[in-house]
Design a protein around this ligand. Structure first.
Ligand SMILES: *Cc1c(COP(=O)(O)O)cnc(C)c1O
Length: 226
């Protein structure tokens, strides 16, 4: 717990420094702690340390942890690739879905709405050349955004991406920023940019990220998964 607390505060200091260096207000940046592969007890410890925004990349793990921790005031961010047939389960547990990358997934999330509740979603943009990676190509992001804007139970909040491994994060995040700026011209409230992980959050802040998804630098190394 003391290690967790010190890693968390060290990262938060680096976020503040990076924001100041970029001429930005640190208060406009949300730090999401990615807790995938770690037990629910770690999320409970994080909540004790003041963390409210947590991220998971697998539907089953999200559902199990959200159920187990239903007594806590947490905001769950789903950041993983989503199967269309899991959309209802994801919607049941997540407060925000960062990884909407095709119209069919948006439709499935919309159909799973319960009453008039509205789900915050982001368009995931693929910044790599590899079509197999999650996300829509930068040229298709606008069309997907337009599609989402027609679904009343989804609130388009912006864009999300993971930087490629074989490129400087700054140049990749600049492309994401251009997509974000374009989408904001049609939907001014879609101003979130979810970018930046343990290895590249400083560059993401410089490129305008509003939501950082930080895992191992805070939680420590992820346990092995068999
Ligand atoms: C695991 C994960 C993160 C966090 O990665 P770290 O390098 O541990 O900070 C962020 N975003 C996505 C989509 C992830 O799957």
């Amino acid at each position: 717990m003391t290690d967790l607390a010190s890693r968390l505060s060290a990262i938060d200091e680096r976020i503040v420094d990076a924001a100041r260096l970029a001429g930005r207000d640190p208060g406009e940046i949300t730090r999401i702690v990615v807790t995938k592969f770690h037990p629910a007890s770690l999320v409970r410890d994080l909540r004790t340390l003041g963390v409210r925004e947590v991220g998971e990349n697998r539907q089953q793990e999200l559902g199990a942890k959200a159920d187990e921790l239903a007594d806590l005031d947490l905001r769950w961010h789903f950041i993983g690739q989503a199967q269309t047939n899991k959309a209802a389960a994801i919607r049941r547990s997540a407060d925000v879905v960062h990884s909407v990358d095709r119209p069919r997934l948006a439709d499935a999330l919309h159909r799973a709405a319960d009453g008039d509740d509205v789900l915050d979603v982001l368009v995931q943009v693929n910044l790599t050349q590899d079509q197999g990676r999650g996300g829509v190509g930068p040229d298709e992001a606008r069309a997907l955004s337009d599609h989402i804007l027609e679904l009343p139970s989804l609130a388009l909040r912006g864009v999300m991406a993971v930087a490629p491994l074989d490129e400087e994060p700054a140049s990749a995040f600049a492309r994401l920023r251009a997509v974000a700026d374009d989408i904001r011209t049609v939907e001014p409230t879609a101003h979130w940019i979810s970018a930046g992980m343990t290895g590249d959050f400083v560059e993401a802040i410089a490129a305008g990220a509003t939501h950082l998804r930080i895992g191992s630098a805070i939680t420590g190394p992820r346990p092995e998964r068999g």
